[in-house]
Design a protein around this ligand. Structure first.
Ligand code: XIL
Length: 318
């Protein structure tokens, strides 16, 4: 099956109510899905919807499922501008208060799942496309030091989880990639632990209204990964999907299969690329059509749970 030779191959998981047995069978039965990422259950809005009020049902269910199935959890995420409750984003806190809010959140969430998280996405999406920092309540209030602070807190609370910075569009080896490499250097310059950079890899197999660029060549992908690994950190593809303009055609599926294969081969070629997670199982539930209107078919199983050419291309690329 999938993922020989890498530490793990993974998928984002949402536990549906009731459980979708067909989807679940895929996650259960493909033994090489050695890692799962909670698609939403560990995010701030899910875990601390009001200040100091924690709701862990969804995240606990993911933890319990992973434990039963002996799968790793790529825990996602601690500090992010999105899916952040209004009490944080619009709370108008001063610097010291927001730092303590960040600390309390990390302590509660990373503390609860200590021992269960193989990796943590500590900070998610702190960058703009041009490599400057994204405006967010964290950056605007605390400045760039919110990043090393978050890593410091996470490393104190869960010293055994591997701590990741995670972002999208790092795959093109451009200004944003350089900026992610600078974040690694920044955190290290504070004497704080950072062990990985997650390349989300929300990619396209053709130009679309939301992405002029298509999945880069393998060489570019590898160069982007290596920009991080030269600093001694690991890398991983953490949210891989490859969307296209719908409707689907066989030619588009073939291009998609090629794109998936390039991504997988780039990880295989870079020693410190530790794994690949796809952002869901079946197209039936993919986040893409709801966010990128007119785009879709981004995963490797179709709406009827049937493996697509991309699935077989991935297998072959491993
Ligand atoms: C997405 C989920 O897939 C959706 O269900 C949710 O509505 C929005 O978030 N970058 C990330 C992920 O880091 O957490 C996002 O997941 C996709 C983009």
């Amino acid at each position: 099956m999938i993922a020989k030779g890498k530490n793990w191959f993974g998928a984002a998981l949402t536990i549906r109510n009731p459980v979708d047995a067909q989807e679940r069978a895929i996650v259960d039965n493909y033994a090489d899905f050695g890692s799962i990422t909670p698609e939403n259950a560990m995010k701030w809005e899910s875990t601390e919807p009001s200040r100091g009020v924690f709701t862990f049902d969804g995240a606990d269910a993911i933890r319990d499922y992973a434990a039963t199935q002996k799968k790793q959890i790529h825990c996602h995420n601690l500090v992010w501008h999105s899916q952040l409750p209004l009490w944080v984003s619009q709370g108008k806190f001063d610097n010291a208060t927001l730092i303590s809010i960040m600390y309390d959140h990390i302590k509660a969430v990373a503390g609860r799942y200590k021992g269960s998280c193989t990796r943590w996405d500590v900070v998610n999406e702190a960058l703009n496309e041009d490599g400057t920092y994204r405006s967010s309540v964290f950056y605007d209030t605390i400045g760039e030091s919110f990043i090393p602070l978050a890593f410091k807190f996470a490393s104190e609370i869960d010293p055994n989880a591997k701590l990741y910075y995670n972002d999208y569009n790092l795959e093109y080896n451009n200004a944003k990639t350089d900026a992610a490499a600078r974040i690694v250097a920044l955190v290290k310059s504070h004497g704080v632990k950072i062990q990985g950079v997650g390349f989300q890899a929300h990619l396209t197999s053709e130009s679309t209204p939301t992405s002029a660029a298509v999945t880069p060549d393998q060489g570019v992908l590898e160069a982007a990964l290596k920009k991080m690994t030269v600093q001694g950190v690991n890398v991983a593809y953490t949210e891989l999907d490859v969307r296209m303009n719908t409707p689907v055609t066989p030619a588009k599926q073939a291009a998609q299969a090629e794109a998936y294969a390039r991504v997988v081969r780039s990880c295989m070629a870079v020693e410190k690329c530790e794994g690949i997670t796809i952002w869901g199982i079946t197209d039936k539930y993919s986040w893409i059509p709801g966010v990128f209107i007119g785009e879709g078919s981004a995963l490797v199983w179709d709406e009827n749970y049937k493996p697509k050419p991309a699935y077989f291309a991935m297998l072959k690329a491993i």
